[in-house]
Design a protein around this ligand. Structure first.
Ligand code: MG
Length: 390
């Protein structure tokens, strides 16, 4: 693999419905897309960094800067044995996992296309069909939440995750459980609680939840371990697990019994596989979390979810629920039985709709190997700037 061109762009998409969590309300997304090319083959990646440093410290701006200044120059024009070697190379940048993942995931897709095999098979996936769940944000009223759950169950989803925060938790879970006694239900707090809420959270044990996701601090393992000792319901960690080392520490301490893996949060497929392998070896189930991805990021999540350890339904839902524009063809479709078929065509296995992507592009830049040699800085192409935002 020798990447001879990289294109970085920012797209703007509107959500069909606002998404509300304990961290705030999301109505639209600014998303970085990356296209890496060798000769006539492309690989696409999507960066999950948000507009604000609330889920993690990364933002669209930090990711774009780290990609442009450090990551892209470190791989352009360099002979690499493949995406695994590239992942090792970009790991020289500390932190900034979402920026690294965007580049790494694009290179995995490029390698899969070069080998003419589906990405999920190149990664060692074993599930041609994945199980799909859905995450429902905080709603204006409990009745509205019950209606949303009804709709999602009719669409076939195999499990429902609801977002909770102090003031929108026990009563809400009680109402959901009364209405849907057999529902595979879990809750996600996005770090909205403190150790002082331990007794309050223990009352959730009455509702047979599959798990409570990330109740306490994003960087805490000790208090989660203390909380887990007092809970029957498994804790699942999301924000706290940044790599396989965090996962090992969390399992050793007993901070959780389930792990949510997100490609952006852990820095790409190489680290995601390391977390999956570790958890599988210890009999700990994992599942794939979501970051309101558009089509390309969603397809990377489908590929990840085919790995053996992904035993629980993830947050990889139908792409048509989210945005006013579809950037891939066909869309990611959840079938009536709540499953998604992994594509059999090479790479991501879906057509990338370039005219649609261009129509929502705010800016784009192209980079080429430096004429002074592969180790030099990337040369920024001309003519790519200033695509009109919608
Ligand atoms: Mg979460």
């Amino acid at each position: 693999m020798r990447i001879d061109r990289i294109e970085l762009r920012e797209i703007h998409l509107k959500l069909k419905q606002p998404f509300v969590t304990s961290m705030g309300t999301q109505q639209a997304r600014r998303i970085l897309l990356l296209r890496v090319s060798q000769a006539d083959r492309d690989g696409w990646g999507e960066c999950t960094a948000g507009e604000d440093p609330f889920y993690s410290y990364e933002t669209v701006e930090t990711a774009a800067q780290v990609l442009e200044r450090f990551l892209i120059p470190s791989v352009l024009g360099i002979e690499l044995s493949g995406a695994e070697a590239l992942a090792e190379r970009v790991a020289a940048v500390r932190g900034h996992p979402m920026a690294r993942a965007a580049l790494e995931c694009a290179c995995w897709e490029l390698e899969a296309r070069q080998r003419e095999q589906p990405l999920w098979r190149l990664l060692g996936g074993v599930r041609p069909v994945i199980r799909s769940g859905v995450s429902i944000g905080i709603q204006p009223a409990p009745e509205r939440l019950l209606e949303r759950i009804e709709t999602e169950l009719e669409a076939g989803y195999q499990r429902i995750k609801i977002k909770i925060k102090p003031g929108w938790d026990l009563d809400i879970v009680d109402r959901v459980r009364q209405r849907f006694p057999e529902l595979a239900l879990m809750v996600d707090a996005n770090s909205a609680y403190t150790p002082a809420h331990a007794e309050h959270l223990a009352r959730l044990d009455a509702y047979r939840l599959m798990m409570i996701e990330q109740p306490l601090g994003h960087d805490d393992l000790i208090e989660h371990a203390r909380l887990q000792r007092g809970l029957r319901t498994p804790i699942c960690l999301d924000e706290s697990i940044r790599n396989a080392g965090d996962a090992a520490a969390a399992l050793e301490l007993g901070s959780c019994r389930i792990i949510n893996i997100k490609l952006g949060r852990v820095g790409g497929f190489r680290e995601a596989r390391a977390v999956e392998t570790l958890c599988r070896g210890r009999g700990v189930p994992v599942w794939c979390g979501g970051m309101l991805e558009a089509g390309i990021g969603r397809l990377h999540n489908v590929a990840l979810s085919t790995l053996e350890g992904f035993r629980l339904p993830g947050d990889v839902a139908d792409s048509r629920r989210y945005y006013d524009r579809e950037l891939i063809d066909p869309p990611v479709i959840v079938r009536p039985d709540g499953t998604i078929a992994a594509p059999e065509l090479p790479g991501l296995g879906h057509r990338i709709l370039l005219p649609e992507i261009d129509s929502v592009t705010a800016w784009k830049r192209s980079y080429f190997p430096s004429p002074s040699g592969p180790a030099g800085p990337a040369r920024r192409g001309v003519g790519g700037e200033g695509v009109k935002p919608r």
